[in-house]
Ligand binder design. Sequence first.
Ligand code: NAP
Length: 283
Amino acid sequence: MTARLIDGKALSAQLRDGVARRCSALKARGVTPGLAVILVGDDPASQVYVRNKVKACEDAGIRSVLERHDATLTEAALLARVQALNADPAIHGILVQLPLPAQIDSHKVIEAIAPGKDVDGFHVASAGALMVGRPGFRPCTPYGCMKMLESIGMTDLRGKHAVVIGRSNIVGKPMAMLLLAANATVTICHSGTADLGALTRQADIVVAAVGKRKVLTAGMVKPGAVVIDVGMNRDEAGKLCGDVDFDGVREVAGWITPVPGGVGPMTIAMLLVNTVESTERGA
Ligand code: NAP
C-alpha cells in the first residue's frame, strides 16, 4: 500500500480563505479582527515563526500588531504590556512567542493573558475548558491535526484507537483530549513507554509529537492506519523532516502527513481561525 497524502498546505489555504471571508463580514459590520504578537529577544527561529504569523494575518485581513522587545525586558514590564492588550478593545487575540528569556517566567505571562484572548490556547483556563468539554480556545497544532482528520472524513472516531506519542502541554496532551472528545479510544505514550511499537501497531491513528527523527518506522504501523507527523527536525543534510520515517511508513499507512507541508501550515491557519472566532464572540 502507498499511503495517500493529507496535504496540509492545500487544507490550510482553504481554511485561510474561510477566515478571509469571515474577516470581510466582520469588517462590513465595522469590526477588524486584531492579533497582538509579542516577541522578546532575537531568537532566530522565533523571528521566522513570528514573521510567518504576521504575514498570514495580513493575507487573511486580520490586523496584526507586532511588538518587539529587547531580550533584557523585565517580567514586570511584559506583564504590564499583556494587561494593556487585555484591556484594548481593538485586540481580539494575544500571542506571546515562546521561548522567553530566562528572567521571565513564561507560565506567569501566559496566565496573565485574558482567557478570552488566548488564541494560542495555552492558558490553564483553555486547557481546563478542553478537559471538561466547555468552549475555549484549542491549541493550534492539535486543533490543526483534528482538521486534517476531518478532511479525510474522520469526524466521529468511535471505535477507533488513537495513539499519541508525546505528552507536552502544547501538543501531546491537548491532542489526546481532542481525540477523546471525538470519541476515540486514546493511548498517550512518552519517553517512559515500554515497547512503543506494540502500542502503535494497534492504532488506527498515530500522532507523533516527539521531536526526534524516525521515532515511528514502518514496522510500528498497522496497515492502513492514519499517521500524523507533528515533529520538526533536521536530517543530516539540514533538510526539514518529521518524527516519522516517511519513506518506510508511507508503504504501510493508509494516510500520512508530509513534513514540510503537513501539520506546520495547519498550525498557522488555526491561529487565524481562533483569532477570527475570538472577534466574532466579542463582535
Ligand atoms: P516536547 O515538549 O519536547 O515533548 C516531546 C515529548 O516526546 C515528551 O512527552 C517526551 O516524553 C516524548 N518523547 C521523547 N523521546 C521519546 C521516545 N523515544 N519515545 C516516545 N516518546 C518520546 O516537544 P513538543 O513541544 O511537544 O514538540 C514535539 C515536536 O513537534 C517537536 O519536533 C516540535 O518542533 C514539533 N512541533 C511542531 C509544530 C508544528 O506546527 N508543526 C508545533 C509544535 C511542535 P517525556 O514527557 O517523558 O519527556
